[in-house]
Design a binder for this molecule. Structure first.
Ligand SMILES: C[S@@+](CC[C@H](N)C(=O)[O-])C[C@H]1O[C@@H](n2cnc3c(N)ncnc32)[C@H](O)[C@@H]1O
Length: 222
């Protein structure tokens, strides 16, 4: 197992031959966001929905957490500071590098991995995990990769594990990448119910954005 936050040897990017054109388009678009400065979502603020789960009334006891699409690591670092054993994955190496710096500066151990949340079998993330967190990663995953994403989490979920996900609803205004149909499809409660078999959708709370967004809470059947 590699050391949390340690300077790791550069991880090879997923060979582009393994990605289809839609995945390539998503990858390029995400890379551009990180290359051109701070992406718009990188607020450095942990959302109150995650804070409530970790610190609020009836908070989950700390356990093992996996963040999918961790970006520059704000929430992975937050979870580690609150006693969680955290693994966090992002597709974009530049984001993971920033996340490592953030965790190191906060003096917490976070296992940060450059990789694809739909290909967890290619990473060393055996689980089981008690908590999964996804802030608008899944809703950008191409539709044909979403079963693989769901299977990866299901295989790694402890009985009763929670999954907190924030996602954009269908057809957010101004899809910046029309060739990526998933970005127009977004995510719905019906889709999650159908795709995450063996999970119960506990809660759907609309977000406060100007376009339809949702916070979904799922629980793995015990
Ligand atoms: C909206 S950003 C949120 C980042 C971070 N969670 C935050 O709150 O700042 C979504 C992140 O998911 C990552 N992502 C998208 N598709 C991914 C995939 N298939 N595997 C891993 N990460 C992915 C993107 O690179 C991006 O960093």
């Amino acid at each position: 197992m590699d050391q949390p936050n340690a300077a790791q040897k550069p991880e090879p990017d997923l060979p582009s031959t393994q990605r289809d054109p839609e995945e390539e388009a998503v990858h390029r678009a995400l890379e551009r966001f990180y290359l051109t400065g701070k992406p718009p979502w990188d607020t450095g603020v942990t959302p109150p929905e995650l804070v409530a789960l970790v610190e609020g009334q009836g908070a989950l006891p700390p356990g093992r957490a996996l963040e999918l699409g961790c970006g520059t690591g704000t929430n992975a670092t937050y979870l580690a500071r609150h006693g969680w054993e955290v693994t966090a994955v992002d597709l974009i190496d530049r984001a993971v590098d920033e996340a490592r710096k953030k965790a190191a500066a906060a003096e917490v151990a976070v296992r940060l991995l450059h990789g694809d949340a739909t290909r967890l079998d290619e990473l060393d993330v055996p689980g089981p995990f008690d908590l999964f967190f996804d802030l608008s990663c899944y809703c950008g995953v191409p539709l044909h990769r979403r079963d693989a994403y769901a299977a990866g989490l299901t295989q790694r979920a402890a009985p009763g594990a929670r999954f907190l996900m924030f996602g954009y609803g269908p057809e957010p205004v101004g899809n910046p990448l029309p060739e990526v149909t998933s970005w127009a499809a977004g995510v719905t409660a019906d889709e999650l119910r159908a795709r995450f078999t063996g999970w119960e959708l506990l809660d759907v709370t609309p977000g406060t954005n100007s376009v339809p967004t949702f916070w979904f809470t799922l629980r793995r059947s015990a």
